[in-house]
Design a protein around this ligand. Structure first.
Ligand SMILES: Cc1cc2nc3c(=O)[nH]c(=O)nc-3n(C[C@H](O)[C@H](O)[C@H](O)COP(=O)(O)OP(=O)(O)OC[C@H]3O[C@@H](n4cnc5c(N)ncnc54)[C@H](O)[C@@H]3O)c2cc1C
Length: 464
């Protein structure tokens, strides 16, 4: 470590992204300081995982501890979206978890501490320090006292505060199609999703599917229902900002929430025997994307870089995957074998491929009408799978693979697949903008995705 520095890496934020990066860096022998403004455990929304989550938890070395907390396994997704259909991950033996974020985030933060990260809770980063354009440290406030810390690399994991991209670089762009508001509450004694009427005859149904999440479309939005191991059902309502604004003139927040639930047959059925045991939480739920991902002295991970509509429950796991690649990249920088600029480029382009594909799939889902096969095919065309003669099962598998994060995992370790998927994304970009007309802000270079990538395969071996 350079003599005048306080840490090799400073991480801002102790959410899943910040802790994951810190754990992997510390495991690689890198000196890390992590600052979070809150005292953990603290409440956070965003409870449902996707299939790539267990892989990342194993890499971090926390899956066993998480299981010991009694978290629920998740084996699929029930969609009541135009019609009833489902994705059953259990048939291939795959699973993920629903987590209570206060417990989950605390577990990760404590793991970081145990790995040797210096964790500072209730330390708010007030300012990022720069030397020219390069971030070189932070000024932090704790108990009304301020102190400066210098580092060699800064990882911004500040979540939706998005310190670097919004406040300093001013390069955060909204995705106009997803300007929503989310309202949510927790219910006791709700029915189980497996007993919902009308799913028994659906392709892929089994009464054995473990704790599926239920996603239901309603006029002007959609609903989630996530069973948690504290026996509550997390039920959220996502409404377009425009619709919410018109409603709030004449209705209370709780009434808007209740009205939305009454618009969903499956939500009504799940909650028929249940009672609400929490206040109604609320947040603006606007999707955005950064224009800068990594550069001289910094990496931006998780929600500090991008936020995608939570329709497919991808945020937390995607945030953690970005931290896996970020940690691998920083380790590569210390090895000095690959020029730093190439590493920054790899990080940004790899992240963009994942982000835009998911945004397009979510946009296509919002726009979908009738049977989901068209949606499955559109998703299939954004993967590296064979396009010729693809049968229904193939395109459904592609959809499942993308929304589960497994496609991302496969690509992140295989440069050939990255290239194919990147090329397909680029070819289809215009069509997807037309599909969801108000959707994307177009990246400047129209996704210069394909280049000689670092590949996570090698990088993973460097973080162990
Ligand atoms: C309504 C809604 C529903 C969602 N549902 C899901 C879901 O079902 N599944 C899913 O995977 N995702 C979901 N998400 C997304 C998920 O919540 C996020 O993607 C995830 O929390 C991102 O993790 P992160 O570590 O990047 O950010 P965060 O978890 O937000 O962590 C950021 C941390 O930075 C700290 N911080 C911020 N500013 C400072 C500062 N100045 N100084 C020090 N510390 C600071 C904060 O205290 C916080 O601990 C949902 C999101 C919303 C809004």
């Amino acid at each position: 470590m350079e003599q005048n520095k306080d840490a090799q890496v400073i991480v801002i934020g102790g959410g899943p992204a910040g802790s994951s990066a810190a754990i992997l860096l510390a495991k690689a022998g890198i000196k890390v300081k992590l600052f979070d403004r809150d005292k953990h455990p603290r409440y956070h929304i965003g409870e449902s995982g996707i299939l790539s989550l267990p892989f990342i938890l194993q890499l971090l070395g926390v899956e066993e501890e998480l299981i010991a907390k009694g978290v629920k396994r998740k084996g699929g997704v029930f969609f009541d979206w135009n019609k009833k259909w489902l994705i059953n991950w259990g048939v291939s033996g795959d699973y993920t978890y629903h987590v209570e974020r206060s417990e989950f985030d605390h577990l990760l933060l404590e793991k970081a501490r145990a790995c040797g990260v210096e964790v500072f809770e209730e330390h708010k980063v007030k300012e990022i320090l720069f030397e020219g354009k390069r971030p070189i440290g932070v000024r932090v406030e704790n108990e009304n006292k301020e102190k400066e810390y210098l580092c060699e690399h800064l990882v911004d994991a500040s979540g939706r505060a998005a310190l670097l991209s919004r406040k300093y670089f001013k390069c955060q762009k909204p995705l106009k199609a997803f300007q929503n508001v989310a309202l949510w509450g927790y219910w006791l004694k709700a029915k189980e999703a497996n007993s919902l009427k009308g799913f028994e005859d659906v392709d892929g149904y089994s009464s054995e599917i473990e704790n599926p999440i239920v996603i239901s479309s309603i006029p002007n939005g959609w609903i989630w229902a996530i069973p948690l191991h504290n026996k509550t059902l997390s039920v959220g309502v996502v409404l377009s900002q425009k619709h919410y604004d018109s409603k709030k003139k004449e209705m209370k927040r709780s009434d808007i929430y209740s009205e939305a639930i009454l618009n969903s047959e499956v939500a009504k059925e799940l909650l028929e025997p249940a009672h609400l045991v929490s206040p109604i939480g609320m947040t603006a739920d606007w999707s955005y994307v950064t224009e800068k991902w990594a550069g001289d002295g910094y990496f931006i991970v998780g929600d500090a870089a991008v936020f995608i509509d939570p329709l497919l429950s991808t945020g937390m796991t995607s945030a953690m995957l970005s931290s896996v690649t970020c940690a691998a990249c920083i380790k590569e920088i210390y090895k000095k074998k690959i020029p730093k600029e190439k590493i920054y480029q790899f990080y940004g382009e790899d992240y963009q491929r994942r982000f835009w594909r998911l945004s397009f799939v979510i946009g296509a889902l919002y726009a979908a009408k009738g049977h989901p096969s068209d949606l499955f095919y559109k998703t299939h065309c954004l993967t590296s799978q064979d396009l010729d003669g693809a049968a229904y099962d193939d395109i459904k598998r592609s959809f499942s693979s993308v929304i589960s994060g497994l496609e991302d995992l496969k690509e992140v370790t295989t440069s050939k697949l990255q290239k194919i998927a990147g090329e397909r994304l680029r070819q289809n970009f215009k069509e997807y903008i037309n599909l969801v007309p108000k959707m994307p802000y177009l990246p400047r270079n129209e996704l210069e995705l394909v280049f000689e990538p670092l590949g996570l395969e090698g990088a993973l071996s460097t973080v162990e």
